[in-house]
Design a protein around this ligand. Sequence first.
Ligand code: PBG
Length: 341
Amino acid sequence: MQRPRRLRRTRALRALTRETYLAPEHFILPLFVHEGQGDLPISTMPGVCRHDLPGLLARIQEAVDLGIGSVVLFGIPDHKDALGQESRSEEGVVQRAIRSVRARFPELTIIADTCLCEYTDHGHCGPLVPDSRGGWTVDNDAALPLLAATAVSQARAGADIVAPSAMMDGQVGAIRAALDQAGFGHIPIMAYAVKYASAFYGPFREAAGSAPSVGDRASYQMDPAGGYREAIREAQLDVDEGADFLMVKPALAYLDVLRVVRDTFDLPLVAYNVSGEYAMLKAAAQAGMLDERRSVLETLGSLRRAGADAIMTYHALDAARWLREDREATRPVRTTEVAER
Ligand code: PBG
């Protein structure tokens, strides 16, 4: 009789035959930096703060000590306006943060989220123009040069990767051309290629103060019920425009999309385990409904199994800590050591 259970009998056998694994170098830690003083907690994301510069550097030190090699930075400016000017200012909140982090951690991979919604007073990812129905819509082509200028300013500050998340058509091509022209041909683009208009961004928008003041993002982010053809088309366009990484976002309700993108394209693939997905497990754990450690590691593991190379996750610090503990606890020990335990 075939007995698959033979390979599950011991910890070491299970580890030997495991098909996917998690490690801290797979994680990208998202961090918020604001212009005020102190670390301000985000009520919908227990354990996550809006950092000031010293707080940001301290948090990154923790991450680096746990073996995490990459962070993605989101800036929250004091001043927001219709065009999101602060997104591309040399003295902007994220540009200053990138410079300090770069100076302190020369080897860290610094990813800059390239978008306007944290910087516009209306919370949309590009400038608004009146539409034909008496409402407002985002002007795609007017957003492109603003996004390109934002990416160049981030690269100039010292970002290793820019990550455009605005879901404007042509944004990857516009950013690639601008980076090349400014002498940043070596800076890769991590394209939020397949990004859905999701309810799971709610806590992030509280954190960044970027909830749209009029309308929603459904006219540029993807329809959650959309299928694989649309996902492939979005990813293909970003590949053609020069993307170096592809991303699927959110992650959990889109594991099937991750798998399809993995099987269709050969670029490195990132899964963004977004704020609402984090909040969901945190809330359940705090209510005593789930074992946080096991449910988080199982969840992150599912993203690797679905095909993600890298995972953006607010759980990165906890997960890296748990993985280290597991590693220490699962080393095969001598009989004398077993007795000592
Ligand atoms: C910017 C951006 C958003 C997120 C990442 N980049 C917000 C949005 O699209 O509304 C959300 C990430 C999260 O929920 O953790 N456009």
